[in-house]
Ligand binder design. Structure first.
Ligand code: 6PG
Length: 234
């Protein structure tokens, strides 16, 4: 486990974008392609915006999401919409290699379980992700896995529908912790004093049912990427 601390959210975003570009380029150099799992949230989107100017073979990159807010296609609150605005609309990614979770008005209908199942089928052929980006919530959630929720206990399914989420919108679709743990590297990125408590709890060894972010680990490395405020209780 590695903890990286930056003075400001802007420094974090720019340094993390550089680190991500380097990690993905190195995966591409080793095996021809790279894969990244994107997160919603302010910190994640700031990193994506900073990644726009990176030099990368964008056409050899597979893009997945760790969670999605279950809303109609193009809704400004969807993580997909925000990631497209921050990064994907600005770089020459291959559209066929961008893999969003289903919207609530798509061909699967307004059924988050169907959306979760379809994403699990898509991921069945994906053994690993090179980098899984995640945010952290004030009560310790990551992706859309909230403390003491059914999703945090899920061990059989790769992707689940999540209902009654404390963070709006209430209905979401999320990778489960075992799926997140397929990633070679997991990067938990968060900023601000409101995140200091869950960060300190996770790093002090809290259980994943209390602090789901504590259960997000990469096969090779887990990076906690913090600004000074989020690191203030360490
Ligand atoms: C989402 C997220 C969620 C987010 C955290 C942190 O869809 O809302 O994926 O897990 O990353 O809540 O969000 P902030 O960086 O905005 O605090």
């Amino acid at each position: 486990m590695t903890v990286l601390t930056y003075d400001t959210p802007d420094e974090l975003a720019s340094a993390t974008a550089d680190r991500l570009a380097a990690a993905l380029a190195s995966a591409q150099a080793a095996k021809g392609t790279a894969s990244v799992v994107l997160t919603g949230g302010r910190t994640g989107n700031a990193v994506l915006a900073a990644l726009r100017s990176a030099t990368l073979d964008w056409s050899s990159l597979d893009v997945y999401w760790g969670d999605e807010r279950f809303l109609p296609a193009g809704d400004p609150e969807r993580n997909e919409t925000q990631a497209r605005a921050a990064l994907l609309d600005h770089v020459p990614v291959s559209p066929a290699r961008v893999h969003p979770m289903a919207p609530s008005d798509g061909e699967l209908g307004d059924d988050p379980d169907a959306a979760a199942e379809a994403y699990a089928v898509l991921l069945a052929d994906v053994a690993t992700f090179d980098v899984c980006l995640l945010g952290v919530g004030e009560e310790g959630h990551t992706a859309s896995i909230f403390p003491h929720s059914p999703a945090v206990e899920e061990s059989a399914r790769a992707v689940v529908a999540v209902r009654d989420c404390p963070k709006p919108p209430p209905t979401r679709v999320s990778l489960t912790l075992p799926t997140i743990r397929r990633a070679t590297e997991v990067w938990l990125m968060t900023t601000g004093a409101a995140k200091a408590e869950p960060v300190a709890a996770a790093l002090a060894g809290a259980g994943e049912v209390d602090i789901p972010a504590a259960g997000a680990r990469g096969k090779r490395d887990t990076l906690w990427i913090l600004d000074k405020s989020a690191a203030s209780h360490l």
